[in-house]
Every structure is written in C-alpha cells, then in structure tokens.
Design a protein around this ligand. Structure first.
Ligand code: ZN
Ligand code: ZN
Length: 107
C-alpha cells in the first residue's frame, strides 16, 4: 500500500565525520548546511480507499509488518545532504542517503 509522503522524514544518521579532516588526522564539528529530497516518483490518486481523489503518493513507499510481525519502513526517497566542517578553511562535502529499514532489508 502506498503511503502519503512526509509521514516520517529523514531519520538521524548513525555517525558522520569530515573525510578530509579524518585523512589529515584532525577532528572537527560537521554541520548540515542543506538537505533536499530528490529522485521522488509520484503517482496520482493512488489512495486505495479513495481512488478518485487527486493526491500525490510516493511510489514504492511502504510501512508493513511481515509474517513474523516485524515492522518494516521502505522509504524510496533519496535525501541529498550538504555539509561543512569547522576547519579553517572549512571543507565541503555531500552525500545521498535513504532511510534504512529497521529490519535491514531496504534499501
Ligand atoms: Zn574537514
Ligand atoms: Zn524492510
């Protein structure tokens, strides 16, 4: 079943360090300077309880409980993060992340 977008948003990253500072053997604070959701495919009117309603849904978005009762979040949205560290001068880098399923089978 498709789920309406923006239900959960981006979950926190488990950990992140500036790769250039790590390579240089120094420590730094890393700040997120922007976040954007990209590469989203929408489908119209996909609400199974009201197929005539004109809505947008994220294609492939699922919350489900499997046969063992375990909870799955399958979020196809790719989030682009841009960072800077507090080195002088600062380093800039970016990454693309998806929310990981708690059961480890997605993405
Ligand atoms: Zn750095
Ligand atoms: Zn899963």
């Amino acid at each position: 079943m498709p789920i309406r977008r923006n239900v959960i948003g981006m979950l926190p990253a488990p950990g992140l360090k500036c790769p250039e500072c790590v390579a240089a053997g120094i420590t730094s604070t890393v700040r997120t300077i922007s976040m954007a959701a990209e590469r989203i495919e929408y489908e119209q009117g996909a609400d199974p309880t009201n197929p005539d309603e004109d809505r947008e849904w994220v294609r492939g978005w699922e919350l489900l409980y499997d046969a063992q009762g375990a909870y799955h979040i399958h979020d196809p949205i790719e989030y682009v993060f841009e960072y800077s560290c507090d080195n002088d001068p600062p380093h800039y880098f970016s990454e693309i992340r998806q929310n990981p399923c708690p059961q480890g089978d997605y993405p």
